[in-house]
Every structure is written in structure tokens, then in C-alpha cells.
Design a protein around this ligand. Structure first.
Ligand code: FES
Length: 340
């Protein structure tokens, strides 16, 4: 391979992808892309360019000094971008905002390819994107301009990175700006996507995973499941998909298909409505088995409304379960998601 794809995730959630040629240092590749990563000496001396490599293989060489990057820091994934030479695609968390680094979100022209209602509760919206498909990390979101409104709304990709079409799972909201546009949207309609955004994305899979989806918070998990399938993930993955009403359970066929083709993947659905005849009722926290929590040796990902995030966090506090990591994205209609 003559070049690698490097995702730079800034602390404000903006992500830019840069091409790093074989043997090239990340700082130089970013500079070529007109991104001013934090730096001073560019010589491995000052430590100003310190970032965190979240995934990927790389070489730091031995031309930097211990004051700039200690062995302990190196062990925890910290890197000096002025020394780092990638040996694979990498994801790097930059401890500075995109504004400070003088870069901004990418914009992509998009054409509606499909508008597919599901149970009158949600819509699958699919776009063809002009030029290269937006590069994103599974779990991230974009802002979609709503034609004719002067407004945008934020949605997680339900499709996986690298596909020619991008898709989203959109909750129907009576009178909502996006829902109103979707009532008349047709294949061929044009709009614009801005992003990708967010620090809610799939990290390297090193232990069992527990996915908790609330309503249309299912979308990023569909993207992640496709990545897990493509990469032949060998860890156990369990998804609990909780909704309010029976009719809010959508895209269960897609989930079932992953259960067939991903050998270590299991899932369950939960309906909160007391009137429902669903076999599992209540909240996702009532259906988190000891096996899925694996004595805390588990990475937990949650995408759902704020009360669900609070309930799961309280569950961990009350039960003393301390997962290895807990990544979440809270979303409320009409607001940009909050990630952690
Ligand atoms: Fe000084 Fe990298 S810029 S150590």
C-alpha cells in the first residue's frame, strides 16, 4: 500500500480524513491538507504535537526525547504527530478544536436515492453522494440540510463507511422539519451533508461488546455491525434494542441478518409500553444479563435519548459494574447529538 487513510478527530467532534503517504509523518500529511495540527519544534523535543492514537499501526522512530513523550505515555497510545509514521489506516484524537487547527467540516452534495417508511414510526433515507462517499467512522453522524427550511438536522449513518450510498434511520416526528420534508421527498431531490462529526465511533475490538440502542439510536449500530462483519470480528457482541411502542421496532430484519452471518452476535428487543404483548417488556437495564456484562470486561456503546443514558449510568453505579469503557451518544429531536 502506498498511502494510508488517517482520521483526525478534533475535540469538537469534527473529523477530517487525510491521506498519509508511505513513510510520511502525520504532521506533514496534515499540513499538506492545510490542517494545522498543534506543533512547535517538529523535531520530537517539545511535546506540543502530542495526540492519542486510538487505532492503527505506526512507528514513532527513536528521534524524540523522553521529555516530549515518555515510555509510559507511549504505552497508553499517546504519540507525537511530528514523529509518527503510519503503517496502516489510523484514528487519531487531537486535543484541540478544528477551529484552532484552522480546518472545518467537509461538505458533500447528496441526491436522494430512496425514502422508505417503516411502520409509520421511522424512515430509511438513502442518498447518492457526489464524488467520493463521505469518509466517516462507524457510529458518527452528519448534519443533513433540510431543503427549503434553511435548517439542518443531525443523523447517524446507518450504512457502513466506504459504500457508494449512505443511509440514515430517521424517527418520524409530527410537524418536525425533517419529517415534513420527507412526506414529499423524492428520489432525485438534492441536498447537502456536512460532517462527519462525533466521537461516538467503534474503537478497536479487544473484548466483548454490549450495544444499547434506544429507538432510532439503532442506526449507528447497523453501521458498526457491518464493520464487525467485514472485519470478521471474533469477540462476542450483544445488542439490546429498546423502544417505546411495538411499532417503533424497525429494521429488525437487518439485525436478524447479522445474527445469521456474524457468528458471535446476539440481540434482544425490549418494548417499554405496558400494553405491549412483546415477550420482553420494560427498559434495557432490566435485560442486561450478567453474561453480556462479562464481569465488567466489556466495552459498552449506547445511542439513545438522555433518560436512557442516565438510567444506564445509574445502573452501573447501583450495581457496581464498571465496564472497561462506556461510549455514549445522547440525542434529542432537533438537537445535535452529544457524545462521550
Ligand atoms: Fe515538538 Fe512534535 S512538535 S515534539
Amino acid at each position: 500500500m502506498s498511502s494510508y487513510n488517517i482520521a483526525l478527530n478534533f475535540e469538537d467532534g469534527v473529523t477530517r480524513f487525510v491521506e498519509c503517504k508511505a513513510g510520511e509523518k502525520v504532521l506533514d500529511a496534515a499540513f499538506r491538507a492545510r490542517i494545522n495540527l498543534p506543533m512547535d519544534c517538529s523535531d520530537g523535543v517539545c511535546g506540543t504535537c502530542k495526540c492519542r492514537a486510538e487505532s492503527g499501526a505506526y512507528d514513532l522512530g527513536d528521534d524524540y526525547i523522553e521529555d516530549a513523550l515518555s515510555d509510559d505515555e507511549k504505552e497508553t497510545g499517546l504519540v507525537l504527530t511530528c514523529q509518527m509514521v503510519p503503517q496502516s489506516d489510523c484514528v487519531i484524537a487531537v486535543p484541540a478544536s478544528s477551529v484552532v487547527c484552522k480546518t472545518e467540516q467537509s461538505k458533500f452534495a447528496a441526491t436522494v436515492a430512496k425514502v422508505e417508511p417503516h411502520n409509520d414510526a421511522a424512515v430509511v433515507l438513502e442518498f447518492d453522494v457526489e464524488a467520493a462517499a463521505p469518509v466517516f467512522l462507524a457510529g458518527q453522524y452528519v448534519n443533513i440540510d433540510v431543503p427549503g427550511s434553511g435548517q439542518h438536522r443531525s443523523y447517524s449513518f446507518s450504512s457502513a463507511p466506504g459504500e457508494s450510498k449512505v443511509s440514515f434511520l430517521i424517527k418520524k416526528i409530527a410537524g418536525g422539519v425533517m419529517s415534513t420534508w420527507l412526506e414529499s421527498a423524492q428520489p432525485g431531490d438534492k441536498t447537502q451533508l456536512t460532517g462527519p462529526l462525533g466521537s461516538f465511533y467503534l474503537r478497536p475490538v479487544e473484548r466483548p461488546l454490549l450495544f444499547l440502542a434506544g429507538g432510532t439510536g439503532l442506526a449507528p449500530f447497523l453501521s458498526m455491525l457491518e464493520v464487525l462483519y467485514r472485519t470478521n470480528a471474533q469477540q462476542r457482541v450483544h445488542l439490546i434494542y429498546g423502544v417505546t411502542r411495538d411499532l417503533d421496532l424497525v429494521q429488525t430484519d437487518a439485525i436478524a441478518a447479522y445474527a445469521m452471518k456474524l457468528p458471535h452476535f446476539t440481540y434482544s428487543t425490549v418494548v417499554a409500553d405496558a400494553e405491549s404483548n412483546h415477550p420482553r417488556k420494560g427498559w434495557v437495564t432490566q435485560h442486561m444479563s450478567a453474561e453480556s456484562l462479562n464481569d465488567g470486561d466489556v466495552d459498552v456503546y449506547l445511542c439513545g435519548p438522555p433518560p436512557m443514558v442516565d438510567a444506564v449510568r445509574k445502573y452501573f453505579d447501583d450495581t457496581g459494574v464498571k465496564p472497561n469503557s462506556f461510549h455514549y451518544e445522547k440525542f434529542t429531536p432537533n438537537a445535535a447529538p452529544e457524545t462521550a
